[in-house]
Design a protein around this ligand. Structure first.
Ligand code: SF4
Length: 343
């Protein structure tokens, strides 16, 4: 089973409640089952025969997780309860026990793995399906490219494997990754700029795990902006940056913080601590499709922690998070929107 690679997390987390306050779903459902300790205990039960994937409640709990990786980041020993959860989902799928809604969503996602390219050159920008839904984020990226006198090839299209992997469909995720890598090779892409932090994580980590070789260098758009050495005429002013699940917890990149300094943002601390996630389930990629009510609850949890929910500008890494927060009445912009407004 995939979870055997995470034995250390199973054995240590099942007795530990240290990171329960970082369990975003547990914080909005007020349920112990949505904490790393209880999930690990339930997965331990698979080995002792006291639990099985025939238990629908157990499987549902696995598909409810926000997958922010905050617990791994802040665990003193960094036990990978997040990797354990992803491995458990893969085991559920391999056992043929995925919920019908999950199977249907995976089948839909697999169909979207086709892409188009417009423009010339060996530098490309991946305008993924989520980012493409947000006109302001797209316009901001275009404004930044224009300011740098860059006209990247624009790649649009669907799932590059990340959502399939997160749902536990590993062969399908790998097939999508191979197909996207071939597409980039055929297009002669040497540098790929991505707006979506989930896409950045997929391309820089998942593809390596799958053994899929990319023909290009991958940059998150915040890294690209810094490298472009743009001149910013205006200062961003007061802003509440929310650490991104992927950029901080999964990939540990500091480009967003450096960008905020470059645009002279007066960064204010948000909420009661800088450990938990305020990304509304971004790490779970498609939580809004499986459990929109949970994404809404997570956004309300964030709104309740704002100093001034109507006025404060929250800077976020992804359109996924922005969309959830805006629906909850908050003023949220992506890092690239903030940067573009300072040109
Ligand atoms: S991740 Fe670390 S802090 Fe969290 S339950 Fe596991 S051992 Fe405890």
């Amino acid at each position: 089973m995939n979870i055997t690679a995470y034995d250390s997390a199973i054995h240590n987390c099942r007795f530990c409640f240290m990171c329960r306050h970082l369990s975003a779903i547990g914080n909005v459902r007020f349920t112990e089952v949505d904490t790393p300790r209880v999930r690990a205990a339930m997965l331990y039960g698979l080995g002792t025969g006291t639990n099985s994937f025939d238990d629908d409640d157990f499987v549902e709990a696995l598909y409810r997780q926000d997958l922010s990786a905050c617990c791994v980041r802040h665990c003193v020993n960094h036990f990978d309860e997040n990797g354990l959860a992803l491995a458990a989902r893969a085991d559920v799928v391999e056992a043929g026990k995925a919920p019908e809604a999950v199977k249907a969503l995976a089948a839909e996602l697999a169909k979207t793995s086709v892409w188009k390219a417009a423009g010339n050159g060996d530098v490309a920008w991946f305008q993924d399906a989520t980012t493409a839904t947000d006109k302001a984020a797209v316009a901001a990226a275009k404004k930044l490219f224009a300011a740098a006198k860059a006209s990247p090839k624009v790649i649009t299209g669907g799932c590059i494997g990340k959502a399939l992997k997160v749902l536990g469909f590993l062969p399908e995720a790998k097939a999508a990754a191979e197909k996207f890598a071939d597409f980039l090779k055929d297009e002669g892409v040497k540098t790929l700029v991505v707006s979506n932090p989930a896409a950045y994580d997929a391309l820089t980590k998942d593809y390596t795990d799958f053994g899929v070789k990319l023909p290009c260098k991958v940059l998150h758009i915040t890294q690209w902006i810094l490298g472009a050495k743009l001149k910013f005429a205006k200062a961003a002013g007061e802003v509440y940056p929310l650490a991104d699940d992927f950029l901080r917890n999964y990939d540990n990149i500091d480009a967003p913080e450096k960008l905020l300094k470059a645009i002279k943002a007066e960064a204010r601390p948000f909420g009661t601590n800088d450990e938990e996630t305020y990304c509304c389930g971004e790490g779970a990629i498609v939580l809004d499709k499986l459990h929109p009510e949970l994404v809404e609850a997570l956004a309300k949890y964030v709104a309740a922690r704002a100093d001034n929910a109507k006025k404060d500008t929250l800077a976020v890494g992804s359109v996924f998070t922005k969309r959830a927060l805006v629906k909850a009445g908050l003023k949220a912009v992506t890092f690239e929107e903030l940067a573009a407004a300072c040109l």
